[in-house]
Every structure is written in C-alpha cells, then in structure tokens.
Design a protein around this ligand. Structure first.
Ligand SMILES: NC(=O)C1=CN([C@@H]2O[C@H](COP(=O)(O)OP(=O)(O)OC[C@H]3O[C@@H](n4cnc5c(N)ncnc54)[C@H](OP(=O)(O)O)[C@@H]3O)[C@@H](O)[C@H]2O)C=CC1
Ligand SMILES: Nc1nc(=O)c2c([nH]1)NC[C@@H]1CN(c3ccc(C(=O)N[C@@H](CCC(=O)O)C(=O)O)cc3)C=[N+]21
Length: 276
C-alpha cells in the first residue's frame, strides 16, 4: 500500500475550513520570522504563503531587525497573531534564544522548551508538525502501532526525538529504538522493526536488506538530487518488502504543512477563549 499524504492533508484542511466558518469574520494569522533565508527556506515560505491563500488565512513574512527580542515580544503580545514560525536557519542571530522567547501558545512548530517538554507529559502542547505527521499518516491508514517494534533513524529535536515520544504515549503504545550516527548495528536494528522511520537526510540510506519482510516504512527525508526531491529510502527496491510505504514527494511533507495550519487554528481558538 502506498501511504500517500494528500488524502490525509485533505482531511485536515477540510476540518480547518469547517472551523474557519465558525469563526466568521475573525481569522488567525501566521507569522514567518526569517533572517536572510536560503533557497530552501524561501521555497518553503512560499509554499506556506500559497497554502494560506487557499485557506484564506493571512501569512505574513517578517524579516529580523537588529532587535529580534523586541520584535518577538511585540508578536507575542499582538492578539492578531496566532502563530509564529522561526525560519531555520536564522542567519546572524542566535536562533535558540529567539525560539525560547516565543510565547508557547504561539509556538505552532513546537520548537520551544514548553511545547517540547510538554510532549513528555501528554496532551495540550504542540508537537513538531513533522513528527505529528508521521503518527497522523499511520492512523489515517489504520496501521496498528500498539505493541509494535518501531525503529527511528535520526534523533533531531524536530523529528526523531519528539517522534519517539509520540510513539511512546499511552494509547499509542509503540516500543521505540532511536538510532543516530554513533549507533552500532543500525542495519540489524532497522531489520527488527515492524515500523521503520527514516529521518536522516541521506539519499539511499535505507536499503532493501535493512527492511524486514512485511514492515511499514515511513520516509521523512527530503533530499535534493539533480533538482528533484527524493527521500532517504531506496524506494523501488524497498517497496517490494513492505506492506506499506510513504512516497517522497507526496508523503510526510504534504501532511507536515497541514498539521502546521491545524496548530495555528488551535492557537487562534485558545487565544480567543482565554486571552493571551
Ligand atoms: N518531510 C518533512 O516535512 C520534513 C523533512 N525533513 C527531512 O528529514 C531529514 C532529517 O531532518 P532533520 O531531523 O532536521 O535532520 P538533522 O540533520 O537534524 O538530523 C539527522 C539525524 O540523522 C542522523 N544521521 C546522520 N547520518 C547518519 C548515519 N550515517 N547513520 C545514522 N544516523 C545518521 C544524525 O545523527 P547524529 O545526531 O548523531 O548527528 C541525526 O540524528 C532531512 O532530509 C530533512 O530534509 C525535515 C523536516 C521536515
Ligand atoms: N522553522 C522551520 N521549519 C521548517 O520546517 C523548515 C525551516 N524552518 N526552514 C527551511 C526548511 C526546509 N523545509 C522544507 C519543507 C518542505 C520542502 C518540500 O520540498 N516540500 C514538498 C513536499 C515534499 C513531500 O511531499 O514529501 C512540497 O512542498 O512540494 C522542502 C523544504 C522546511 N524547513
């Protein structure tokens, strides 16, 4: 089975549109905060702006000045702003400090300590959209997670590490192994998985002999080869061994942006309900 992201994203966008109708004239706004964005960041920002246009949700791009802290404080206090995305990399500015200064309510990418820490505790926090997208795809296609052996390749703060915690949550109930560049026996650990997730950022990283017969493979990687997007998984060979696999493009990435907008609408609702 091909685990396409489009139907998953479509359902999320339709839920967002339903909620927007209930808000009537009021609208959430997303701010993309950037400093000298590189090509990949610019293209991602363009795709978010476009999606905002389709959903009739304003997306504003704000460039960093020499006083980033004051800018963020202003955005935190502005009731018209529902979500803030700190575009990575933030050139010439300490990105960590800026991330820590966003209000947790508006941290729709779940990058700050409150939201990241919140995943350890449970509900009510924003998980990084990419990590959440992986779980969303598995649930959409009714792939059982409970009690399964899951191997995650990659331990970044935006994907691998938070995803391991989402899989561990009570009610999701996966058993997780997280691998990284210092892991011994990564091939065996991959082969042991019922569900294998690759978030490494290397083309052809996951080969056929790394995958158990009948496994589910989720490819988070986005790598540019000759101007084309490819994942981490040697798709053509690996797919024969799997019962389900995500394509790249058209898989996890498609759902990631939808989750981002879902968080934005949630933040908008919370701010409406409770004030900032
Ligand atoms: N689909 C989507 O929406 C998104 C896709 N991505 C893509 O996912 C991929 C991962 O992104 P991100 O997590 O930010 O990347 P990072 O570069 O932050 O992390 C990569 C991880 O892979 C590990 N790794 C690198 N080389 C090896 C190796 N040879 N063996 C084992 N582990 C290795 C690193 O280990 P160590 O920690 O030891 O260095 C690290 O934990 C990228 O291709 C990125 O473009 C990212 C975000 C969103
Ligand atoms: N705060 C922050 N969050 C990010 O998530 C972030 C960032 N900064 N800075 C830049 C990088 C780059 N990035 C990409 C996302 C999608 C595609 C991409 O190509 N997406 C395909 C879909 C890919 C697929 O379907 O799998 C598309 O939009 O058509 C590329 C690059 C996010 N980034």
């Amino acid at each position: 089975m091909l685990l396409e992201g489009a139907p998953v994203a479509k359902r999320i966008y339709s839920e967002i549109k339903d909620q927007m109708i209930r808000f009537e004239a009021k609208k959430p706004k997303l701010v993309l905060y950037c400093s000298h964005p590189d090509d990949s960041t610019q293209s991602y920002m363009r795709s978010i702006v476009k999606r905002g246009e389709k959903l009739d949700i304003p997306v504003e791009v704000i460039e960093a000045t020499e006083k980033p802290f004051e800018q963020i404080m202003q955005l935190n206090e502005d009731p018209a702003v529902s979500g803030i995305m700190i575009m990575h990399p933030l050139k010439g500015i300490d990105e960590d400090i800026v991330i820590k200064s966003i209000s947790p309510l508006k941290d729709v990418e779940g990058r700050g300590p409150t939201n990241l820490g919140g995943i350890v505790m449970g509900e009510g926090y924003y998980a990084p959209p990419t990590a959440e997208a992986v779980i969303e795809i598995l649930k959409f296609y009714n792939i059982a997670i409970r009690g399964k052996d899951i191997t995650i390749l990659g331990r970044s703060t935006t994907v691998g590490k938070p995803l391991s915690l989402l899989f561990l949550k009570k009610g999701i109930d996966g058993t997780v192994t997280v691998c990284h560049s210092r892991t011994h026996g990564i091939q065996e650990k991959s082969r042991a998985a019922d569900i294998l997730v690759s978030a490494v950022g290397k083309t052809g990283f996951v080969r056929e002999d790394w995958v158990k017969e009948g496994a589910v493979v989720i490819d988070v990687g986005i790598n540019l080869v000759d101007g084309k997007i490819v994942g981490d998984v040697d798709f053509e060979n690996v797919k024969e061994k799997t019962i389900a696999i995500t394509p790249v493009p058209g898989g996890v990435g498609t759902v990631t942006t939808a989750i981002l907008f879902r968080h934005l609408v949630e933040s908008f609702k919370r701010i409406l309900d409770g004030g900032i």
